[in-house]
Ligand binder design. Structure first.
Ligand code: MN
Length: 238
């Protein structure tokens, strides 16, 4: 891990933890991972700890079956198969976020679909599939703790950027960490706005969703948002 590209990626992963905690997408729970920039068969995820407190030192390396490369006695998040499963099934994905943001949760226990209601909500994409652990695994504590469950979740995600986990939370998967954070923050905003909408709601058209999604391919947009959130949570000095 002496390579500077890897160190830079890990520093961004620390920032992402702080940003998503500050923006109230994650709280004491929830986690964020990145694929190893030089070894696609590995990923990085913090040891088990509150995301707001994560430092470089807390980041651990895992193989795609979620075995630690060098555990050193550290406690690990039980739900890491969410990350390993998606990295295995989706070679295009380099960052995964799992969270239980409160504005998203109502859409996990009702029939109402989360759909883009405003400009930035378009980055969620056209399809936000649902995954219900109960369908294949029956009554559980709802945690995704086996590779079978993680792979099943990844298959439900399909080619989408997000999937809702029934009665539990949400997963975001993207090509870059900045895109994943962008989608996580604005999908949470979209959920708040959709719940606040009065009367018959109007949604973005499929064409508008496709056009809005192009934002994710614009570094100028990704970097500006990242800078804003980094400053707000204090990882970037004024
Ligand atoms: Mn969870």
């Amino acid at each position: 891990m002496s390579n500077s590209m890897v160190v830079e990626a890990l520093e961004d992963l620390v920032s992402a933890n702080r940003i998503l905690a500050h923006e109230q997408v994650i709280d004491g729970f929830g986690h964020i991972s990145i694929r190893h920039p030089e070894r696609p068969d590995r990923f990085f995820l913090s040891r088990s700890r509150s995301p707001e407190l994560v430092t470089l030192d807390d980041l651990m390396e895992f193989d795609l079956d979620c075995n630690p490369i060098d555990q050193r006695g550290r406690a690990m998040y039980g739900e890491r198969p969410i990350h390993g499963g998606i990295f295995k099934v989706r070679p295009d994905v380099n960052a995964v976020i799992h969270h239980h943001a409160h504005p998203i949760l109502p859409f996990t226990f009702s029939k109402e679909k989360l759909r883009p209601v405003f400009h930035m909500g378009g980055v969620m994409g056209r399809e936000i599939p649902d995954w219900d652990i109960r369908t294949k695994f029956g009554d559980t504590d709802l945690l995704v703790v086996t590779m079978d469950q993680g792979i099943d979740l990844a298959h439900a995600l399909g080619k989408s950027r997000m999937t809702l986990m029934r009665r539990h939370g949400c997963v975001v998967a993207a090509n870059t960490l900045r895109q994943a954070v962008f989608i996580a923050v604005y999908s949470t905003d979209n959920a708040k706005l959709q719940l606040a909408g009065r009367g018959e709601l109007e949604f973005l058209s499929d064409g508008e969703i496709d056009e809005t999604g192009k934002l994710l391919e614009m570094p100028i947009a990704m970097d500006r948002a990242w800078e804003y959130w980094s400053r707000r949570c204090g990882v970037l000095a004024a």
